[in-house]
Design a protein around this ligand. Structure first.
Ligand SMILES: [Ca+2]
Ligand SMILES: [Ca+2]
Ligand SMILES: [Ca+2]
Ligand SMILES: [Ca+2]
Length: 395
């Protein structure tokens, strides 16, 4: 009897040791968010190892947040319909364990997680952004590490939940690349990638455009210098979109207060539709009086469904998520604080609807109905273009 008891205790101890020595796995292999909305914003909270889901009320307001994941850290995020089933999924990069996860939307607010890639050459994951870079109808994404020696990659969607990495040249920057986004800047029908460098004396603030060849390869060139234009030392966030409604892709880029007094400012560059950008000055800020260096990440989407692009932005040291309504003419309304209870937020994402053009934000409502047939998409694009044309005629 005594022997049996000792044996049981020994077995229990062995079992306990076995359980505690198992490599920890992330909690929440699937998660159901509540309340659920088909359009949403995400924030990556590095300090809390969390992704927060904010359901959009489609009027510029957001519902209460849901917690997703239990990550070592949560950095870049990209939202798109990666499995082509008519709802938005997302990818998140976790610098803490060098892993990119795909969360597939199962409907009714349930997201199921799978591992896309484990990339040990990444120190951080900068912004992840979705787009179809090889024109096969499947949403891919771009992102990568943000440390000096890290790679940058385009991850091509194989259509079966896996992705194939294709390297991007980043030899122009010996420092960190944090803000990036996608759009067709030269109007050739192929999606391009635009990014900005942070840190360092030689490359800081340089804005680089990767012109897509439509097959997942790119040719890159420098198109602007934010440090020279705005005096911004360490730009973090970059969002692409047609912010002034002229049909050409523009960008907003955020800086911090390290080198410039204008910490938390975002500046607008307008595009000419041929790959060139013109500096237009400061258009909004997310400093809100914070005294630290309020670096910001940013993304664009028509959250109030009025036909022009709005902004969601986060503030690293202010720990805040902001909504900034766009006026459609390259100007923006004062920021609104959506959530002030965050901890060192690095990533923010709005949906990307898969249209490689300046009217992407205009067709969200139609796209969500389901792009089941090509003629629906064509109709949607036509409506977006028509709306821009009509708006330009109205004084
Ligand atoms: Ca989906
Ligand atoms: Ca693709
Ligand atoms: Ca292009
Ligand atoms: Ca424009």
């Amino acid at each position: 009897m005594m022997k049996k008891t000792r044996l049981s205790v020994a077995c229990a101890l062995i079992l306990l040791v076995a359980l505690t020595s198992v490599t920890p796995v992330l909690a929440q292999p699937s998660v159901t968010v509540s309340p659920y909305a088909p359009r949403f914003a995400l924030v990556g909270d590095e300090a809390m190892g969390a992704v927060y889901y904010y359901p959009s009320n489609d009027d510029g307001n957001f519902g209460s947040r849901s917690f997703i994941g239990d990550f070592d850290s949560a950095d870049g995020l990209g939202i798109a319909d990666f499995d082509n089933d008519g709802d938005y999924d997302f990818v998140v990069g976790c610098g803490g364990n060098n892993t990119i996860y795909l969360y597939t939307n199962e409907g009714a607010g349930t997201f199921t997680r799978s591992t896309v890639a484990t990339i040990t050459t990444y120190g951080y994951f900068s912004s992840l952004r979705a787009g179809d870079f090889n024109n096969d109808g499947l949403m891919d994404f771009v992102g990568g590490g943000a440390d000096a020696a890290d790679d940058m990659n385009v991850s091509i969607n194989n259509g079966d939940g896996t992705f194939t990495l294709m390297a991007l040249d980043r030899s122009w920057s010996a420092y960190r690349i944090w803000g990036l986004d996608v759009g067709d800047f030269d109007s050739d029908g192929n999606l391009d990638i635009i990014m900005v460098d942070i840190y360092g004396d030689s490359a800081s603030g340089k804005i680089r455009l990767y012109l897509g060849n439509g097959d997942g390869t790119f040719n890159d060139l420098q198109v602007a210098d934010l440090e020279a234009d705005a005096g911004a030392g360490e730009p973090w966030g970059l969002a692409a979109g047609d912010f002034n409604g002229d049909g050409a892709m523009d960008i907003v880029v955020g800086g911090d207060g390290t080198y410039a007094a204008d910490g938390g400012a975002f500046w607008l560059y307008t595009g000419d539709g041929a790959g060139s950008l013109t500096f237009q000055g400061k258009v909004f800020d997310v400093d809100d009086g914070y005294t630290e260096t309020p670096q910001g990440a940013v993304d664009a989407y028509d959250f109030d469904m009025d036909g022009d692009l709005d902004i969601v932005a986060v503030n690293w040291s202010g720990n805040t998520l902001f909504f900034i309504e766009g006026n459609g003419d390259g100007t923006f309304k004062p920021n609104i604080e959506v959530d002030t209870d965050l901890n060192n937020v690095l990533g923010v994402a709005a949906p990307y609807d898969g249209v490689a053009g300046p009217v992407g934000g205009d067709i969200i409502a139609i796209n969500v109905i389901q792009v089941l047939a090509p003629y629906i998409l064509i109709t949607a694009v036509a409506i977006g273009v028509a709306r821009i044309a009509i708006r330009k005629k109205i004084p």
